[in-house]
Write a protein that binds this ligand. Sequence first.
Ligand code: HEM
Length: 404
Amino acid sequence: MSFNPTDYFVSETLGFVLENPLTTLPDYFEAWNRLATDMAQLVAANTMRQQVEQMALLDWTKLEGHRQKRLAHFQLTVIASGYVWQNGDKGASKTLPACVAVPLYRLSEDLGLPPVICHPGLALANYAPIDPTKPLILENLRALYHLPGGEEAEWFCIATTMVELTFARCIKSVMAALRAVENDDVKTVTSNITHITEVVRDMQTAVSRLHDKLTSDTFFNTLRPFLGGWGGENNPLPDGLIYLGVADQPIHAIGGSAAQSPTMQVLDALAGVQHAQDKRAFLLSMRGYMPPAHRRFIEAVENQKKTLHSLLESSKDEELHKTHNALLSAMVDFRSYHIQIVTKYIVQASSKVKQSDEKRFESLDQKGTGGTSILPFLKELRQDTKDQMAGANASGDSIINSTS
Ligand code: HEM
């Protein structure tokens, strides 16, 4: 096997999470540091737009290196989100001033990222250890920048980062399993898949930490609107957003969603989970919201000459089949748990809002930030994962019957 995770900006310890992200930009970019830091307060005071409009157009080419560019991209997406959504969806701005639009658009082209808030900023490059001498566990993380919602919004970011960091613990096993598949080394494949399964179970535990501090009210009504992008049916800006100084035509870009995380797509690729055309199309479109190297990493896992699937077809080793089913079962459970999260934080939260008159962001009610009709879509992805299990084995059945 000729591929090495570091060639894809994938770290053997941090996975897709950016190592040691910068916390601020050099002085020349002080206005971006300040507006990104103060975004939530400025939005609350209704002065975000005014502040942005007073900002000078800075020269993004003065940014040096990947980490400065990633931070600048993230800051500008936070600023753009505050600018567009400050006055709710009915008061959404149809244009983004050139002082944000030009550097954001050009940087996005340079990095291969979309010019909108997205997972690579919010979850992969938005953390610092509180105590740098201690390990990167949830209690020792802080977010660098966050959307409206105070500590809860910060928790949303770092809990998501923690899911990524948990996945990172199986990167070496993913690589070892792929190598062993190529060498028909069933025993090594089995032991590594077992470890990956444990990690997927830990990812579920990591997601469950969201409940500790994030309420559905704050998520749905305060934070989520600022995760939104622009363009498409049911969006407050159906035609998209005009990036002044870039193009006269509005640009479409969905906002931030952890569907833009490479983790589950890597697991699908490794475990051989197939999704029907429409769902695959959505997941492929999410790759456009990942750093290009991470996209290529998923493709490299998908395009191995010899796959786990083909090994399973040719091998009668019972342990191997059982282990593969256990991995699928852990992925089904992760997806089931995630469906419960979506039910609490979006579906139920949206029905509570419907009973009141306060609806600044009504267009976002029943859709994912990615614009999918949420629950049926997520249940189909889970069903595809179940369908991959060999036969109707016992471990699969228990899960299939226990979830709605
Ligand atoms: C409040 C917390 C969360 C909510 C409300 C939520 C909501 C959603 C929604 C609505 C989708 C459908 C795609 C879209 O339209 O955006 C989605 C997809 C997805 N989310 Fe989350 N999510 C949350 C947290 C997380 C976390 C922490 C992770 C872990 C990294 C995660 C991983 C995924 C994945 C992998 C998908 C793609 C579907 C799949 O592969 O099963 N989500 N999420």
